[in-house]
Design a protein around this ligand. Structure first.
Ligand code: ASP
Length: 449
């Protein structure tokens, strides 16, 4: 059995939904199909999920919602009418959207998740109906009925492990099951979503639960590339990579696969194939547990902005037992998670996502560290980007950091921080956001050209 997941661009319009059905029907092993909500049809288009978020916000702010809802309904109607799916399916979709929008708004986040989830839920109804129209034994399955249980962290849920036993039963389901991605239910029966892009996670969980032969993640690119293709010419495709490499690259900015989608596949040892809905014959990128390192040390270069760093110095910090723990405790008490913590003899910095740190929190943290830990200086640096070199081969190769820093120096990029993970699978460079593209290009030229 293969589990296949189709992303938003693969469901953006009628022609794409038809193509999805062709791909599913081309292989009898594709019996569990996970779908996203309709995505962008063209560059400046708006994803259905974003339209739904706008609808939800209008309702929460007490503003009119009719027009915004009509735009969402029209996206589904174009698909239903063009494909010739029964009008009753469209009636059910319209009703579902209207009822969800009229739902209880007392718990704002819960309402928002119910609205977001309606995107994939109705997408799955439509795809199942189109497969049926073509004479296939296919059915829509609600994640609640399947037993996909998640934590009640609205907008950022995590899987509850008992789900696996429930979902394993899907292996025995007759015909083709069409499953909406991105959401599940809390133990109390409320709809809750993963973080954005979370249909990838649903696919990985289902693949692990049914012990699929492969998890096929259909998207709109032929391969995962070594760097964002808009940054370099003739970018090298990656044909095979390890789970660890993909996890690091997704974390650091590759947006082909959600970084939390790797873990379920790792535990169940299910290979993931990233492939193109519109070019399904191309083998794509295979993500596996181990690979032979046949090319250079570096497999991919990722980067993303939106980071800041809290820099702390104190003379003789190295002799003060518990200093690091106490600093991190302040962050913990504020509910902040940190990304990196490089340290020197008398200083250390805590790197975290900028959107976690508002002005009031920053002031509290700085005052605490200064007063309670007696730090000599505490400052916060904003506007940072992290650029990451990733590759299993780095472990065996001498001089990667030296070549990388030389490339960055030649490109006139100032380094704020370097951090090499203990696994020697990646090196992270903290730089100014303004230098990110130049830095990534320079690194690509050094390691790939
Ligand atoms: N539709 C959701 C989003 O845009 C989830 C997904 O597509 O994976 O984030």
């Amino acid at each position: 059995m293969k589990v296949c997941k189709f992303g938003g661009s693969s469901l953006a319009d009628a022609a794409q939904v038809a193509q999805v059905c062709d791909v599913v029907l081309a292989d009898p092993d594709r019996r569990l199909v996970v779908v996203s909500a309709p995505g962008k049809r063209f560059k400046d288009d708006i994803k259905v999920t974003d339209l739904l978020i706008a609808c939800a916000n209008a309702r929460l702010d007490g503003k009119p919602t009719d027009e915004a809802l009509a735009v969402v309904v029209a996206r589904y109607r174009e698909i239903q009418e063009t494909l010739g799916v029964a009008p009753a399916v469209m009636d059910a979709i319209s009703e579902n959207l209207a009822t969800t929008l009229a739902g209880n708004v007392e718990h704002r986040e819960r309402f928002m998740d119910a609205m977001k989830a309606a995107g994939e839920d109705n997408s799955a109804r439509l795809v199942a109906a189109e497969l049926q129209r073509r004479g296939t034994d296919a059915r829509y399955l609600n994640p609640g009925d399947a037993g996909l249980l998640l934590s009640d962290e609205y907008g950022n849920a995590r899987l509850l492990p008992e789900s696996y036993d429930n979902l394993a039963r899907l292996h025995e389901a007759e015909g083709i099951t069409v499953f909406p991605g991105f959401f599940g239910y809390t133990r109390e029966g409320e709809v809750v979503t993963f973080s954005r892009g979370g249909s990838d996670i649903t696919g990985a969980i289902l693949a692990a639960a049914v012990k699929a032969e492969v998890y096929e993640n259909f998207t709109d690119v032929d391969f995962v590339c070594s760097i964002d293709p808009s940054l370099a010419e003739n970018v090298k495709p990656i044909t095979e990579m390890t789970y660890r490499e993909m996890r690091e690259l997704s974390y650091a900015g590759f947006n082909v696969l959600h970084d939390e989608a790797i873990i379920p596949a790792v535990h169940a040892e299910i290979p993931i194939r990233i492939c193109n809905t519109n070019n399904p014959a191309v083998p794509g990128t295979l993500i596996v547990a181990e690979r032979e390192v046949t090319h250079g040390a570096v497999l991919g270069i990722a980067g993303s902005g939106g980071f800041c760093s809290v820099l702390v110095s104190k003379y003789l910090m190295n002799r003060e037992i518990g200093f690091g723990r106490r600093i991190l405790q302040f962050f913990e008490e504020e509910g902040l998670s940190f990304e990196h913590m490089p340290s020197g003899v008398d200083n250390l910095s805590v790197v975290l996502r900028e959107d976690e740190l508002d002005t009031a929190t920053t002031e509290r943290i700085v005052t605490h560290i200064r007063e309670k830990l007696g730090a000599d200086s505490v400052s916060v640096e904003h506007g940072l980007a992290l650029v990451m070199l990733v590759g299993e081969g780095m472990h065996y190769t001498v001089g990667v950091a030296m070549r990388a820093t030389a490339a960055l120096a030649d490109a006139n990029v100032n380094l704020e921080m370097i951090d090499q993970g203990s696994s020697e699978l990646s090196i992270v460079f903290g730089i100014k956001e303004a230098d990110r593209k130049a830095a990534m290009k320079a690194l690509y030229e050094k390691f790939f050209e």
